[in-house]
Design a protein around this ligand. Structure first.
Ligand SMILES: [Zn+2]
Length: 161
């Protein structure tokens, strides 16, 4: 199912790397609907008791859990005056899977305008045998958590003890 993108008015503020405005604008006539969800990232105290770390269930490859009581997407704070259209967009959003931990990592990097690079672009390009574009580096960053690389790094670091 293909959903047309929200109609965007010319933006007064710069867009983030992921192509979205930093904040929903409900002051001017809103160009988009404000459909919200939240996800829980579970933390636990580190094994050495010194800091918070992300707990296993939040990085097990499954979608993160909504923190909303009814787990549903909401348009309660949308400032539009098109309730039918707004409900349709919310229902569409409701069917989208929530991100996994790895997907959230890429989303946060895009929202922060920070490349989610597990290594330098130069290093990755050197291993790839050719210069990689920013888009290819993003794809690489998303693929690495699902590859054998984390295990290889774990093995290497463990061998230092
Ligand atoms: Zn709306």
């Amino acid at each position: 199912m293909t959903e047309p993108a929200n109609n965007s008015a010319p933006e007064a503020t710069p867009l983030r790397r992921d192509g979205n405005a930093h904040y929903y604008n409900q002051i001017n006539p809103p160009a988009t609907h404000f459909i919200e969800q939240t996800v829980a990232v579970h933390l636990r105290l580190s094994d050495d008791g010194t800091r918070w770390i992300v707990d296993g269930p939040s990085v097990d490859g499954h979608p993160l859990d909504s923190t909303y009581d009814d787990l549903s997407a909401t348009n309660d704070e949308c400032a539009c005056s098109q309730p039918e259209e707004c409900r349709r967009r919310r229902d569409y959003a409701e069917a989208l899977p929530l991100p996994t931990g790895a997907e959230l990592l890429a989303m946060l990097a895009a929202a922060l305008d920070t490349p989610a690079e597990p290594m330098t672009a130069d290093q990755a390009s050197s291993w790839a045998g050719r210069p990689l574009t920013a888009d290819e580096l993003d794809r690489l960053s998303e693929a690495i958590p699902h590859s054998s690389i984390p295990e290889a790094i774990d093995t290497i670091v463990a061998s230092w003890d």
